[in-house]
Design a protein around this ligand. Structure first.
Ligand code: 5AD
Ligand code: SF4
Length: 437
């Protein structure tokens, strides 16, 4: 009988992609995915350590799986991802009955490790980091409409709050010919959209003078026949060049959406965060983007309660939000991460102040989002149809080029198609439309 694997993923799109790769590897060894952990032979928790909350969630879910293992010792339980990378062997001591620990740089070893565990090895740990080239992994062979493609890994920016450089290593870019070949293969197997991934994609091949630059890579990808949409994430304002901004107006299939975290609105906080950009620099890049492509959607990440953040600093964050009018915002309370520079400073913003600032900020953004969604009413948008809407079987769901999710009336035969939809209603949390050709 086929063995079943259950994978729980926390964290960013890089992690989602790693989970897809692990699944592809295991499918190649005869495993089948299950969405029910109770029936799994192998349970894998792919963790994130960027903030305290997802890390805590990963530990609590691991606790649940340990109970399952007490009842059924044959189940293999492993922990992967950034917590695995950071904690390594210590996890084996901390979590009883844990079978293996696998860092993000060691995914290719998963089948071999599972085999060893099945043969009786306990407590296998593979997390050592080689800062060399990216490991060439098989392309997931699931038919996907939208496929992730890693173009670079790691980050050299060393923001003072951020654990990423120590868990994902220094910046390294994949050769462009490999990236192009992978995209070609993905299109052959049905993809219409690619999402280029990296912790800082704008820094693609920054130190490789003979390689394509990031905007040149976008232009090359644009020429691949059959590809309808190109997206990329995530970007650092410091590395967002004028050439990349230009690409939004000129590269036909590049979608008009940019995720450009700003983290804080005051220069003092930005300097302590070691962001390498000022408030003015961020604002001027956002302005350039909107001059170039007025309909571009800009989304961002922001934090509240960084050490030393005053009410006046926080007001500057709100001011920046009012100036840019983000199309979407991911907002977080700062939490110190072990091993980062900021973790040496006192986490001096009381939890209730962090909470209040978060709520104020989210309320402001809700108003902006609602106004933006309303402003779309009557417009006709091109939608790439993803599938049936979760809430209503008679509706389909898809995304605009600006990455907005739209639900509209239509049948399942539209899945995978590009259709025009007239927006009929822009609400707080959803957008409705009607097909119009
Ligand atoms: N505390 C809170 N939020 C953080 N982020 C990164 N590190 C921390 C931290 N220590 C947020 C940033 C980043 C997003 C992925 O998570 O906003 O862009
Ligand atoms: Fe989380 Fe960062 Fe690791 Fe992504 S790279 S999973 S955000 S810690």
């Amino acid at each position: 009988m086929e063995k079943r694997v259950y994978i729980k993923t926390f964290g960013c799109q890089m992690n989602e992609h790693d989970s897809e790769r692990m699944l592809a590897l295991l499918e190649g060894c005869g495993y089948q995915e299950t969405k029910r952990w109770e029936e799994a032979d192998v349970i894998l928790v792919n963790t994130c350590t960027v903030r305290e909350k997802p890390e805590q969630k990963a530990y609590s879910i691991m606790g649940r799986f340990q109970q399952l293992k007490e009842n059924n010792p044959a189940v293999i339980v492993g922990i992967a991802g950034c917590v695995a990378q950071q904690e390594g062997e210590q996890l084996l001591a901390r979590i009883p009955n844990l079978d293996f620990v696998l860092g993000p740089g060691k995914i290719h070893r998963l089948p071999e490790i599972l085999h060893a565990v099945a043969q009786g090895s306990r407590g296998v740990c593979a997390v050592d980091f080689e800062n060399g080239d990216l490991v060439d992994l098989p392309i997931p062979h699931t038919r996907q409409l939208s496929a992730y493609v890693t173009i670079m890994q790691g980050c050299d920016n060393f923001c003072s709050y951020c654990i990423v450089p120590s868990v994902r290593g220094r910046e390294r870019s994949r050769p462009s010919n490999e990236v192009l070949a992978e995209i070609d293969a993905l299109i052959q197997s049905g993809a219409k959209e690619v999402v280029l991934l990296g912790q800082n994609v704008n820094a693609y091949a920054k130190n490789k003078p003979h390689e394509l630059t990031f905007p040149q890579l976008l232009a090359k990808i644009n020429e691949i026949p059959g590809l309808e949409r190109i997206r990329f994430t995530t970007s650092h304002p410091r590395d967002l060049t004028e050439e990349t901004i230009e690409a939004f107006g000129t590269v036909e299939h590049l979608c008009e959406h940019l995720h450009l975290p700003f983290q804080a609105g005051s220069d003092g906080v930005l300097a302590r965060m070691n962001r390498g950009h000022t408030r003015e620099e961020y604002l001027s890049k956002a302005k350039r983007l909107r001059e170039k492509v007025p309909q571009i959607s800009i989304t961002a990440d922001v934090m509240v309660g960084f050490p030393g953040e005053t009410e006046a600093d926080f007001d500057q964050t709100l001011e920046l939000m009012r100036a840019v009018k983000f199309d979407g915002l991911y907002s977080f309370k700062y939490s110190p991460r072990k091993g980062t520079r900021a973790a040496q400073w006192r986490d001096d913003c009381p939890p209730e102040v962090k909470q209040r600032r978060l709520e104020v900020l989210q309320e402001l953004q809700r108003g902006i989002t609602l106004r933006k969604n309303k402003a779309l009413e009557e417009a006709v948008k091109e939608i790439l149809v993803e599938g049936q809407s979760r809430n209503s079987p008679r509706k389909m769901t898809g995304r605009t080029r600006c990455n907005r999710i739209v639900n509209f009336t239509g049948g399942p035969e539209l899945a995978g198609e590009l259709v025009n939809v007239k927006i009929t209603e822009g609400l707080q949390n959803s957008i409705r439309g009607e097909r119009c050709g």
